[in-house]
Each structure stands twice: as C-alpha cells, then as structure tokens.
Ligand binder design. Structure first.
Ligand code: TYM
Length: 327
C-alpha cells in the first residue's frame, strides 16, 4: 500500500505566494506518489478572532484554489476539518498528553503572542499544535508536506506519538515533515529576512487572488541591495535570492540557469521578468478559481471527502478511546 501524506492550510486570510510555493505546489507534486489527504484547516482559523462571513468566504476561495492549482479529487481526499469531528476529539486527547513547557517553546506561539497587545491571549493559539498533531496522526500519515514555519509543529506531533505509543502501546504512525528543497521559506518582498505571511506587511506579500497590477508593482518595488548583480547569496543579497527562488520554483529552471540568463541587464530587467512569470501563473490560476467558485463542484467534492476521511478518522479514534479507557 502507498504511503500516506496529509496537509492543510488555514483559511484565515488570503492565500499567499508563500503558501503556494511552500505547500500547495508540494501537494501537486506528490499527489501521484502517495495516498494523499488535503484539508481545509477551518478549526485552526478560530485560534484568533475572525468574522464568520470572512471565514466562509476564505474557505470557499481556498477550496477553489486547491482545485485550480491542480489537486485532483479523484486521487486526493479533499475535505473540511470541521466536517470530521474526530479532529477536535483527538485534539483534546493530545492536549491532555502534552506539557505546557513544550507548547511554550513553540516559536510560532512566541512570535504571535508578542504581537498581541493585551493580556487576553486566546488559549486556542497556545494549544493549537496539539490539534495539528491530531490532524496528522488521525490518518496515520507517514509524511506531512509543509513550509519551514510548520516543521516544529510536526516535530511536536512526533514527540506526542512517541509518548502515546509508549504509554498505551503501538497506536500511531510516526509522521515526518517534508520540506521543499528551496521553497520552504519564501520571504517578504519588503523585508526579505522575514517570512512572507498574511500577518507581515501587505506590500511585501503577494496574494494569489489579488489584482495583478498590484502584484507587478509589489515585485518591481521589492527591496534589494545596491550592487545590481543578479546572484544567489542569501546573506548579502536576501531580496535578489528570494526573487531567484520564486522564479526558479515557478519555472522549474535552476537558480544557476537564471543567474546566467540575468547576469547582464540589471535588477530592473530581472524584476520585470520575475513579475511576468508570477503574473502569468496567477492569471491562469485566477481564471480557474473564478470558474470553480461559480460551479457546484466544491460542495460535491467536500461531501465525498468528508465520507472518506471520516471512515479512517473513526477507526483511529475508536482504537484510541479503547486504549485510554473511554470505551
Ligand atoms: P498556514 O495556513 O499558516 O500555512 C499553510 C502552509 O503554507 C506554508 N507557508 C509557507 N511556505 C513557504 N514560505 C512561506 N512564506 C510560507 N508561509 C506559509 C506553511 O508552512 C504551511 O505548510 N497549522 C498549519 C495548518 C495545519 C496543518 C495541519 C498543516 C493545520 N493542521 C496538519 C499540516 C498538517 C498552518 O497554520 O499553516
């Protein structure tokens, strides 16, 4: 039997080029090779306050993006996390098997808390990695394709699996993170030492569904160094290196190849070429998203996905409940 792979994206805002290169493109790459489960992590979207209508709209866009990118529902189980209540149930069990100390060490938690200017830190963002662990192990997944910012959470899932299996006997498969070789961290165009993210700056982040005139402008004003030589050098040329990675990932050409082609012509010429590639890719994607959003395809796929995912989730939870003494 094929090895299993699982991953998800949370519908908290517009999907970014970082999500696309770090996660979505990996999903497409592996869908023929593994038994794949891709879900919409809508329970995770509740960890910080979000408007209900906005959440619904984001969720629909994200599902349309999954399909428009080329995820094939005949090969991949595509589903919504909240349609399978076993995620929350196993999440609670994992929460009870975790320690405050290990959750306090999660760097994403530490970063997020720093940005909250009040004492009311939502408990959800603290325990969120335990729900993420449940998402993965509920399906006995071997591999988890993610960007680098999620690697630590997959490692926590591994720790929880080892602990649970040790306490209650062999129950869960030990999952492994899978990172894109060069695209596991796409950086902000304005601050190329920081991750491109929904919460970083608007101008430094490319959104898959944004107006392409804005995309072009963002790329043309991407922060770079001043020596005008297109060369991959993360330390001295983080901005140019980031653009090289983006272009390489979208064209499947090597960075060396791109360095040679853009050796002369300066940064303006190179940025224009990057903007052409990105806008071209996004234009195709946006057209498909619009077609899909207006069809009834999404509801049909979600209904089928929920049935397939539930079957496996129920089996796992039954075994867990029996082992821990709830059945
Ligand atoms: P989320 O929604 O923040 O991000 C979705 C995926 O995109 C990757 N990513 C990036 N990759 C490269 N460069 C970037 N700038 C960049 N920004 C984001 C993320 O690493 C992620 O792979 N907790 C997860 C969702 C989740 C999940 C799971 C993933 C919930 N349960 C179980 C895997 C397995 C999250 O918030 O990702």
């Amino acid at each position: 039997m094929n090895k299993r792979m699982i991953s998800g994206i949370k519908p908290t805002g517009s999907v970014t080029l970082g999500n696309y290169i770090g996660a979505l493109k990996q999903f497409i790459r592996y869908q023929d090779e593994y038994e794949m489960f891709i879900f919409l992590a809508d329970l995770h979207a509740l960890t910080l306050p979000i408007d209900a209508n906005e959440l619904k709209e984001n969720a629909r866009n994200l599902l349309a993006i999954y399909l428009a990118c080329g995820l094939n529902p005949e090969k991949v189980v595509i589903f919504r996390q909240s349609d399978v209540p076993e995620h929350a149930e196993l999440g609670y069990v994992m929460c009870c098997n975790s320690y405050m100390g290990e959750l306090q060490r999660m760097t994403q938690y530490k970063d997020k808390v720093q940005n909250i200017k009040s004492d009311n830190i939502p408990t959800g963002i603290f325990i969120y990695p335990t729900l993420m662990a449940a998402d993965i192990i509920l399906y006995q997944a071997n591999y988890v394709p993610v960007g680098i910012d999620q690697k630590q959470h997959v490692e926590l899932a591994r720790d929880l699996v080892i602990r649970f299996n040790h306490r209650y006997g062999d129950t869960f498969v030990l999952p492994e993170p899978v990172l894109s070789k060069q695209g596991a961290k796409i950086y902000s165009l304005l601050n190329p030492t920081k991750k491109m993210s929904k919460s970083e700056s608007e101008k430094g982040t490319i959104y898959l569904l944004e107006d392409l005139k804005i995309t072009r402008k963002k790329i043309m004003s991407a922060v770079t160094d001043s020596d005008n030589e297109v060369r991959y050098d993360v330390i001295n040329k983080p901005g140019i290196s980031n653009l090289l990675v983006i272009m390489s990932e979208l064209t499947n050409r090597s960075i060396e190849d791109l360095e040679k082609e853009y050796a002369t012509g300066g940064y303006g010429n190179f940025k224009k070429a990057v903007a052409d590639v990105v806008c071209n890719e996004l234009e195709k994607l946006q057209n498909k998203v619009n077609e899909i959003k207006n069809s009834d395809l999404i509801d049909k796929i979600l209904a089928e996905g929920a049935i397939k995912a539930s079957k496996i989730a129920k089996d796992t939870l039954r075994e867990v409940y029996s082992k821990i003494g709830l059945r």
